[in-house]
Every structure is written in C-alpha cells, then in structure tokens.
Design a protein around this ligand. Structure first.
Ligand code: FES
Length: 117
C-alpha cells in the first residue's frame, strides 16, 4: 500500500507509508505491502521498527504474533525474533528476518524500501 497524499516529509521517494503514528501503539503490529514483500511495522519500547512479515521457519504471517518489548513472537510455533535487528532470540526458526529502516515523520510511520531491489 502506497500513500502519497499530504506532505510526505521524505523527499527521495524511497520511503513507503505504513500507517499513521497514532494507529501504532506500544506492542502493536501492522502489516503493509511493499512491492512483492509483506512488511510488519511495530512499536517496541517506544520506537518504531519494520521487519519482514513472514516467518523464516514456515509460512506464517507475523502480524498475527505478539510484540512484547523488542521480542516478536511468531503465532505458529512461537519462534521469537528481535524486532530491532531481526535476529532469532528463540527457535524453532534459525534464520533471521530482514529488517528495514522505519521512521516517524509528519504523524506517520514510513518504511525505507528499495523498489526492485
Ligand atoms: S512458522 Fe514461525 S516459528 Fe514456525
């Protein structure tokens, strides 16, 4: 989902709109589409993060998981990933998730996503 109305503070067009800042409260997870990828944004310990939306263990949508502090737990087999860097904190997953730069600006959450990259 791409959002271009309003005053996008990010001028190089490398950021996609994820959601409004007020939608994303502590511990919330919101899914957004970026090209062929599914990305989840979350707020952990006050900061916003963006991470791959599909678990690396099997195909499970992480938006249905739980974010507790910086630990994102998969809803299927309960692997735990650090939302800050994608690393695996607890199995059964053993492959980290890709993370993306997320920023808050102009009342919205934006994710840096290289199209076609
Ligand atoms: S699908 Fe996520 S831990 Fe198995």
């Amino acid at each position: 989902m791409q959002h271009t109305e309003g005053s996008n503070p990010v001028s190089d067009n490398a950021y996609i709109y994820a959601c409004s800042s007020s939608e994303l409260e502590e511990g919330d997870l919101i899914e957004c589409e970026a090209g062929k990828d599914i990305i989840v944004v979350g707020r952990g310990e006050g900061k916003v993060y963006a991470i791959d939306g599909i678990c690396t263990h099997e195909h499970s949508e992480l938006v249905g998981g739980e974010l507790d502090g910086n630990c994102l737990t998969c809803p299927l087999h309960f692997a735990c990933f650090d939302i800050r860097d994608g690393s695996v904190l607890e199995g059964p997953a053993d492959t980290p998730l890709q993370v993306y730069e997320a920023i808050e600006a102009d009342g919205a959450v934006w994710v840096r996503y290289e199209r076609g990259g």
